[in-house]
Design a protein around this ligand. Structure first.
Ligand SMILES: [Zn+2]
Length: 224
């Protein structure tokens, strides 16, 4: 479908796409700074940010550093503000491949992928949830279904900007509501892991017996 909308050149560097390449070229995918978290899903910065506050988490894999100069920054921007989620999905597909080939994640136990929802207002403005596109990229390679309509996000009226970490956490509490059945072991998916506050709030809304693996394409380098 996207071939109709965008010409077949790399959305990042403009090089003509070769057979098998979608949206972005292999060269640009190789420029993504890999975290290698998939080799140690319980011993990495993402796990340390999330797991102490979210007992259901069994492992965290954030694929690439969300660093200045990384093409990922541009791809997240395209997904969020320019109606082009394709490159972000391709980064997810690449991560899924790396993880499947080299990772220490029990993919066979994971029964489905649950994208972190955006609020209805954002969904209407953007037309899609970019986390869902990440989930489609992962799910395509792993052969896992993307579980939709299991989670709702209530809008928060006030801006999160300028708030401290604890203030953001308090305002996020109660923002997520689990509205559908969730399998026993699930992969929770988002685009970029920052403080982890959003993911913590989302995970807190899941039934307590659910075990969680967290997958994000990017991770910021420092706690904010
Ligand atoms: Zn390129």
């Amino acid at each position: 479908m996207w071939d109709w909308v965008f010409p077949k050149v790399c959305a990042s560097c403009g090089a003509p796409l070769l057979r098998g390449e979608r949206q972005v070229c292999i060269g640009c995918l190789l420029r993504l700074p890999q975290t290698l978290f998939w080799k140690a899903p319980q011993q990495n910065e993402g796990y340390f940010r999330l797991a102490p506050h979210a007992p259901a988490v069994e492992g965290v894999v954030a694929g690439f550093w969300y660093a200045p100069g990384s093409p990922l920054r541009e791809w997240v921007r395209l997904a969020k503000y320019h109606h082009q989620p394709g490159p972000l999905r391709e980064a997810a597909r690449y991560l899924a491949f790396l993880l499947r080939e080299e990772g220490h994640v029990p993919l066979e136990r994971i029964e489905g992928l649950l994208p972190v929802p955006v609020s209805r207002k954002r969904l209407q403005r953007r037309g899609y949830n970019q986390a869902e596109w990440v989930a489609y990229g992962l799910g395509e390679v792993w052969g896992l279904p993307v579980l939709k309509n299991r989670w709702q996000r209530r809008p928060h009226s006030r801006s999160q900007v300028g708030k401290s970490r604890i203030e953001r956490w308090i305002s996020l509490e109660g923002e997520f509501v689990c509205t559908g059945p969730v399998p026993k072991t699930v992969g929770v998916v988002d685009d970029v892991l920052t403080t982890g506050a959003t993911l913590q709030a989302a995970l807190a809304s899941l039934p307590s017996e659910v075990r969680v693996w967290v997958f994000t394409v990017g991770i910021t380098q420092r706690r904010r």
